[in-house]
Design a protein around this ligand. Sequence first.
Ligand code: COI
Length: 501
Amino acid sequence: MGPEFIIGGCMKNFSKILICMVLVLLIGILNGAEKPKNDKMIGVILPFSSAFAGIANEQKEAIELVMQNYPDYDVIFKDSKSDAAGAVVAFQELLALENPPFAVISCASWVATALHPLAAEADIFHMVIASANFSRTVPRHTVRFTLDASQEERQLANYLNKFQRIAIYNMNNSYGNGWKKTIETNFKDKIVKAIAYNPQHKDFKNDLLEIKNVKPDALVMLSAGNGALIAKQARQLGITAQFVGTRPIERPELLVEAEFTNGLVFTYPTYDVNHPMITLFAKTYETAPTIFGVEAYASIKSLIIASNQGNLSTSDLFDWYAGKTFTGALGEIYFDETGDAHYPYMYKEISDGEFITAPFQFEMLLNDAKQEIEKTFKQTDQNEQQSTEELPDPSFFEKIISRKVTNFPIEMWIMKKDGTIIYDDNKSEIGLNIFSNEIYAAYPSLVKVARTMSSANNGNGEYTFLDVKMKENVTKEIIWATIVLHDIEYRLALTHIKNNI
Ligand code: COI
């Protein structure tokens, strides 16, 4: 082999490498990875022309409220239409810009899952709103502001337990189908019918007749935007089942059709109802925001704060969120290491044409906790032969109660009739006596309630004390019940901050 050959070989390899490099560059440019990003532009992809137009418009309005205060930023809105394919086209249009946005916010589960790998490939930071069913394939790239459906479902299940014949009517998309599967898994024997519907349709009567024929006692509607229409048609056909829903069902139309929707119970996120955004939105648009607007507001506001602090790359932005707690319009929210947000949920209800915090939930959680504590205590008691004198260990209560309070904006505590706290979600209070410890002397309304609790085995009231972090004085509403362990009575209390949810 002569030297020319070697050089020739090198030249050949060199041109191959060159061609490869040009190709990689071209692909990069085509998908936007190599284009310099516009670090003052945010892309927002919402389902404007779809059955979810009302949701998209509300999100846009909330975003515009934020942007009034940040004139140096541009938001470019794109229409994802009704499906993932529409969202991909919208995203490609953003990528085709000379300087694509440094971050993209997208709405809906089916859109989140479709755009997530594309945004990762183009190295554009991705924020996901209104997306309870979402699969990640690329780590450290996307943050999600919506609680995952699997967690919301744990709460819904508490309520669904009491029904025997459950029918499901779900949107035929990843949100509706994902939820349906979860409920079917948990309530296998109780599902009497499950039908998926096209959310672009307006006439649901044929499906609803099939549902009527199986005589359900609960009808779970996994709906957004057309919940009011479905409820109306269902009642007009004579379906008498309890209506049950999830987060996206809350839309203003439900109240217009209150004659048919009154009594609907649904799981819903808590948020800071006293945040200035709520009044500002209502004043500007003459209607109260729903969680869709609140989430959109919270997400873009936090993004701008993060980028104004110099975080512009995907990894810096991701790190800004992951593992941290933020306070904003959504209240206090925690982002786990995968980038998913966590915050409490509760039950809401339509009552007399209004959305209210469902009153039954506090009683239900208290009684669930009471029964589980008594049952578990009896079981462990048989196993371990505890002596009658022995007080149950706080960790025994914690194991049961922490599962009950998780994700609900409530606290629980347990008191001996002499005022000694034997369990409190705030561990620093365990062992203190409400009647004699000096920290309680400054809170006479609490001491008064505790006196009533000593003598009455159940009841309700309100008092002022410190919040769970022992920082600020808050007024709390309380209900209590009695648990009997080894023939000794203890008072189990459930509290929540008044007017906060
Ligand atoms: C979700 O996918 O979680 C949503 O709330 C989407 C909404 C447009 C119905």
